[in-house]
Write a protein that binds this ligand. Structure first.
Ligand code: HEC
Ligand code: HEC
Ligand code: HEC
Ligand code: HEC
Ligand code: HEC
Length: 474
């Protein structure tokens, strides 16, 4: 019987190729598995992809080819038989022959080994594809902005798939389908730069974010101290103190920021595809009431043509927290933070103003940015403060370039403002997409924009706010 099996397999080139592929990939898989599991050190995304995705795929391909080759051969044989030509004999399995029993046992054992290899391969393959290294590291230059910003964010220990896929087999399959296309588009260099946002088919945030954050748990207020720096010679620090009304429904019955995602209410809206402009809102309240608003001001005309979206969107976490982990900062936020933390030297005259100027200058690449920032800053201080220690200026250039490098990615066409955050109302975006005076009900009632609706402003840009002295007991 072994002989017949061998002759059948060896007569079919396809089956033979299958045997070769299966054998080689099984040996490769077992050795790579041993290296990955028992070896020292971390081998990164590529070993994982090769060991647990590429090789098992080849292995399975080989396994499929063997019976395919046999089946094709059989068909050819049957045709030949029909024409009256002699065909080779089909194998006859006779369990009375000890050798047959032995062969069947060997085949059975090998099949078990195959199943183990496939199962391990699948499990490890899924694990590899779930890993941050795979999502963020494998398509290196494409995902480098996402990975850089992610690594600095509060969610740097949350796996990419926990937000982008979430629990459940349904979304897993969906994401693997779109993921396969993404791999192809990266390989063939077909992807758009920058990667477009919003992510249209992102799973509703309620099913992903709420694995960890419970919307009903948002209560009370949160004190927020924001330190800004003036564009004067001393880069004077100024503090804004806000009491953010973080809760959903507050003790007094008044509503706070997370009211929008209280499970009792639904806020739907539509506007342009990028969600920068909101034209209409529809509200269903917990008590059964409904309300609608229309934006009487048309879409803004300064930032190019806006593409309108006919579909309604149910507001969720991501309509405000659209940057929970890929946090691109504004240059002013980065500069103020760097000055406050000492990463940027406060003693350099006008560094806040000059830093902003050199950061906002467009550069075609990181190398040109590094050289440009150094040159501009060097020239400014050489002219205005010739006595200044050159080392200080050099350190400041380095700090500014570091800021540039984690927010601007010329190879992906990402510059300042490419991915705005909706969590505030800078430049009238974010909350003020809806909370504007032109947003009215049919009866003309406005959506509130009162300055104490979302936060009580306890101090605004003060050098030494009284409220902070009081809180620190001074
Ligand atoms: C805390 C949740 C979270 C995690 C973790 C996360 N993402 Fe995202 N990601 C988002 C949200 C939210 C958006 C933007 C949603 C929108 O505006 O449509 C996004 C957008 C993106 C985009 C589109 C470009 C952009 O910036 O808008 C890419 C690509 C992306 N993520 C890749 C990744 C990769 C790779 C990882 C892991 C290194 C990752 N994400 C981890 C939540 C997350
Ligand atoms: C796997 C758990 C997990 C998931 C999923 C998750 N988060 Fe978080 N999130 C955390 C943890 C933990 C922190 C606290 C991190 C810290 O304090 O350093 C946090 C902090 C935050 C903060 C406060 C920090 C900040 O940026 O101001 C916000 C806002 C937030 N998450 C929003 C989201 C949103 C929106 C999503 C869904 C797109 C999400 N999270 C998904 C675990 C998670
Ligand atoms: C209407 C806009 C909006 C929506 C919708 C929204 N948030 Fe927030 N969220 C905010 C604002 C504003 C803050 C306060 C930010 C700050 O710290 O100044 C905040 C704060 C948070 C914090 C930090 C709370 C703390 O006490 O530090 C977490 C966590 C958070 N949000 C998660 C979520 C999750 C999860 C959802 C969806 C269920 C969600 N948010 C929906 C606007 C929103
Ligand atoms: C997509 C539109 C939209 C966006 C964006 C939006 N809101 Fe709202 N918000 C509404 C609507 C609609 C109401 C309910 C108004 C009503 O009941 O008449 C509301 C109500 C509120 C309330 C309760 C007000 C009250 O009268 O009790 C607060 C607080 C609030 N929003 C804060 C925010 C904050 C903070 C942001 C930005 C981080 C924000 N909103 C972004 C649509 C929006
Ligand atoms: C719809 C809600 C909402 C309304 C209305 C609102 N704000 Fe805000 N405001 C916010 C949120 C959210 C932030 C961001 C807080 C943070 O930094 O996390 C903010 C931040 C600020 C800041 C700090 C800016 C900084 O330097 O970072 C100032 C100042 C401010 N608001 C002033 C005002 C004034 C003045 C008004 C009245 C015209 C107003 N706000 C109305 C939600 C609101």
């Amino acid at each position: 019987m072994l002989k017949v099996l061998f002759t059948t397999v060896s007569r079919s080139l396809i089956s033979l190729a299958g045997v070769v592929l299966t054998t080689i990939s099984a040996v490769l898989f077992l050795s790579l598995f041993a290296i990955e599991e028992f070896g020292t050190g971390h081998h990164g995304a590529y070993t994982g992809i090769i060991a647990f995705i590429v090789i098992p795929s080849i292995f399975v391909l080989g396994l499929v080819l063997i019976p395919l080759g046999i089946a094709l051969l059989r068909r050819a044989d049957r045709k030949r038989l029909a024409k009256g030509e002699p065909a080779p004999l089909a194998p006859v399995i006779d369990f009375n022959i000890p050798r047959t029993r032995f062969i069947v046992a060997v085949v059975a054992v090998l099949s078990v080994v195959n199943v183990v290899i496939i199962a391990t391969g699948t499990y490890k393959g899924v694990e590899t594809m779930e890993s941050t290294e795979f999502c963020g590291g494998a398509c290196h230059s494409v995902m480098s902005p996402e990975l850089t910003t992610y690594n600095r964010s509060p969610h740097s220990r949350v796996r990419c798939t926990q937000c982008h896929i979430g629990p459940g087999a349904n979304w897993f399959v969906k994401s693997k389908l779109s993921g396969s296309w993404q791999l192809v588009s990266v390989a063939l260099d077909l992807y758009p730069r920058p990667i477009p946002t919003p992510v249209e088919n992102l799973r509703p945030a309620r099913e992903t974010c709420e694995q960890c954050h419970l919307p009903t748990r948002f209560v009370g207020d949160k004190l927020k101290v924001i330190t800004r720096h003036a564009e004067d010679e001393a880069n004077t620090a100024k503090k804004t103190v806000l009491m953010m009304k973080v809760g959903g429904v507050r003790e007094s019955g008044a509503r706070g920021v997370h009211w929008h995602v209280d499970p009792a209410n639904t806020v739907k809206y539509r506007g342009d595809k990028k969600r920068l402009y909101v034209s209409e809102i529809e509200l269903s309240l917990g008590d059964g009431g409904t309300r609608s608003f229309k934006n009487e001001a048309g879409p803004p005309t300064d930032g190019g043509v806006m593409v309108m979206n006919e579909e309604w969107r149910t507001m969720d976490c991501v309509d405000c927290h659209n940057r929970p982990t890929h946090v691109y900062q504004r240059p002013v936020d980065e500069l103020d933070l760097a000055l406050t933390t000492g990463m940027l030297d406060m003693s350099l005259p006008f560094i806040r103003r000059e830093g902003l100027r050199v950061l906002k200058t467009p550069y075609a690449s990181w190398d040109l940015a590094q050289a440009g920032i150094k040159k501009e800053l060097g020239e400014f201080y050489a002219k205005n403060n010739p006595d200044l220690d050159a080392k200080k200026v050099e350190l400041a250039s380095d700090a500014l370039f570091a800021i540039y490098k984690r927010n601007v990615f010329p190879t992906m066409n990402i510059t300042w403002g490419t991915y705005p955050s909706f969590r505030d109302h800078f430049d009238d975006s974010g909350c003020f997409r809806c909370h504007v005076s032109d947003m009215k009900t049919p009866e003309g009632k406005k959506l509130s924009q009162k300055c104490d609706l979302c936060h009580v402003t306890l101090a605004e840009e003060e050098e030494d706010p009284e409220i902070l002295q009081m809180l620190s007991g001074e």
